[in-house]
Design a protein around this ligand. Structure first.
Ligand code: SF4
Ligand code: SF4
Length: 286
């Protein structure tokens, strides 16, 4: 069995406790216009440039000014990759999960302060069987596991007993607004969130705070209503403000970045967080 990975690396306590080896799995079922990892969206990966004069690498003239035409690349057999030229590359590599497990085993000394392995994306559950196999093997090996997920996979509950720390993104509470903005409704996410909270696993809810999408006082009140109804300690919430860190990657993937004016002011952020606290939610900062 193989798994498609578009990024890996260590970070400290941002995606779970301690020092962690974080794997970004390729593919996502959502299309958030603010996504910081757009190269992780397409299930089989996308073509992106690493800079430099890449136009001549495409025999079909689909790279102009160093930028690939994402629509043309999507349906192409990708002969440009045969050149193995890093100026134009596929976003992900396909790797046997045994190789990944060996890499994790070699890294164990680095999992200090309660660390371990985190799977994120893209949306890691899109490669459900590979993720399932990896989580099972890591549980058997006694490695602490975390999953960062948009929560929308209907089979997510099957994985919960193999996940020590669950980070679940909660972008909105209204199904239609969620669907209109990211292409998928939020009903399944909220159902999975309720179920995960009932298992009393370590759970962190993440809200990406996006101006014009979910940042009003009424939105904060609705988040409080939904999240405070969760069982146990699950009301631990982290609010992440909109940023543009991924914007240049959209260009390098040949995709349009359509977000405008979504920054949230310092005051807006503070009021939003204050409303969550006043509503009884515990705020986390990682
Ligand atoms: S995938 Fe490669 S060869 Fe195909 S259109 Fe895109 S840049 Fe050109
Ligand atoms: S769910 Fe996450 S990975 Fe998927 S498009 Fe949205 S921000 Fe990107």
């Amino acid at each position: 069995m193989t798994v498609r990975i578009f990024q890996r690396g260590f970070n400290f306590s941002q995606d779970g406790p301690g020092n962690r080896l974080v794997y970004h799995l390729q593919g996502c079922n959502m299309r958030c216009p603010w996504c910081a990892n757009p190269e992780g969206m397409a299930a089989d990966g996308c073509i992106l440039t690493e800079g430099g004069a890449a136009d001549a690498l495409c025999p079909f003239g689909a790279v102009r000014g160093g930028v690939p035409d994402a629509a043309k690349c999507r349906t192409c057999e990708k002969p440009c990759l045969a050149a193995h030229d890093r100026r134009l590359r596929l976003s992900c590599t396909e790797e046997p999960i045994d190789d990944v497990l060996r890499e994790i085993d070699r890294s164990r000394a680095m999992f200090f302060d309660g660390g371990g392995v985190t799977f994120t994306g893209g949306e890691a559950t899109m490669q459900f069987d590979a993720l399932d196999a990896l989580l099972g093997a890591l549980r058997d090996a006694g490695v602490h596991t975390a999953l960062e997920t948009n929560g929308s996979h209907p089979r997510l509950p099957e994985l919960l007993d193999r996940i020590d720390f669950l980070i679940l993104d909660c972008k909105h509470f209204d199904d239609e607004t969620h669907r209109r903005t990211v292409g998928v409704g939020c009903r399944q996410t909220l159902d999975n969130l309720r179920l995960a909270a009932e298992t009393r696993r370590q759970l962190l809810v993440r809200i990406p705070l996006i101006g014009g999408f979910n940042d009003t006082p009424a939105d904060a009140a609705e988040f409080v209503r939904v999240l405070s109804a969760l069982h146990g300690d699950a009301q631990c919430v982290e609010v992440l403000r909109y940023h543009e860190y991924g914007k240049d990657k959209w260009r390098r993937c040949g995709m349009d970045y359509t977000v405008r004016d979504a920054f949230v002011s310092d005051d807006g952020y503070r009021s939003f967080c204050a409303a969550l606290s006043a509503g009884g939610l515990r705020l986390a900062h990682t």
